[in-house]
Design a binder for this molecule. Structure first.
Ligand code: PXP
Length: 238
């Protein structure tokens, strides 16, 4: 069955807006699990704009599903991951000024550095996934780093201005899934997915897990976490 990873970063965004203790992403994660989330995802950013180290530590001790830590491939972050030991790490590019992750990793350009960091994480027993655009060369380079999985960046599909661009971005994702499978990588997907655009990606088949944050938390503010997660889980599982 296709899995749903729920990213709770934006619960922390609301908390940080007031520098207080609520709402707590740890509570949101527990509710997401009760509603059927297969994993909990958090992005510990270098600037700590939403998720804090304390959140990752408490989630590690409290969640019952799997913890997927998104992070940049820096020495600081690899050190934190090896101390907290999430079930998996998803390596993403990170720029300080961006509103959200703006694109996939350039694995071809940074292959040597990524291979080193992935080696350390894997020695620590942490599975590693690389967040990449749906481009064949990046997926082939990902395979050569020793990562077990890729997460296909669905942002260009989600942001498509018209139906032709959307169809062509969807075709790129479909091809990327096939290339990933040929290389024995597990293939996940995420970024920008919502209740209206997810079904066409689900229909492609071959995605093991979708990682979704902003749209679920946005709906949760209005209808509650459990209902928002349950509604997305229904779409993801077809
Ligand atoms: N996957 C990755 C690698 C991401 O960086 C993000 C954003 O943190 C997501 C998935 C979730 O994206 P969204 O919040 O747009 O659902």
């Amino acid at each position: 069955m296709v899995k749903l990873g729920v990213n709770v970063d934006h619960v922390a965004t609301v908390r940080q807006a007031r520098g207080t203790v609520e709402p707590d992403p740890v509570t949101a994660a527990a509710l997401a699990e009760l509603a059927g989330a297969d994993s909990i995802v958090v992005h510990l950013r270098e600037d700590r704009r939403h998720i804090q180290e304390r959140d990752v530590e408490v989630l590690r001790r409290t969640i019952k599903s799997r913890l997927n830590l998104e992070m940049a491939a820096t020495d600081e972050m690899v050190g934190i991951a090896l101390r907290i030991l999430p079930d998996s790490v998803t390596l993403v590019p990170e720029k300080r000024q961006e509103l959200t992750t703006e694109g996939g990793l350039d694995v071809q350009l940074h292959r040597r550095h990524l291979t080193q960091q992935i080696g350390l994480l894997r020695q620590g027993g942490v599975r590693v996934s690389l967040f990449v655009d749906p481009e064949v060369d990046q997926i082939k380079a990902s395979h050569r780093t020793g990562a077990e999985s890729i997460e296909i960046h669905t942002g260009a599909y989600c942001d498509a201005a018209n139906s032709e661009v959307r169809a062509s971005e969807l075709a790129k994702i479909e091809h990327a899934i096939r290339v990933g499978h040929k290389l024995n990588l597990s293939v996940n997907a995420g970024h920008g997915l919502n209740y209206w655009n997810i079904q066409d990606v689900v229909a492609l088949g071959g995605i093991e897990e979708f990682n979704i944050g902003h749209s679920i938390i946005s709906r949760a503010i209005l209808v509650g976490m459990e209902r928002a997660v349950r509604e997305m889980a229904t779409l993801v599982r077809g």
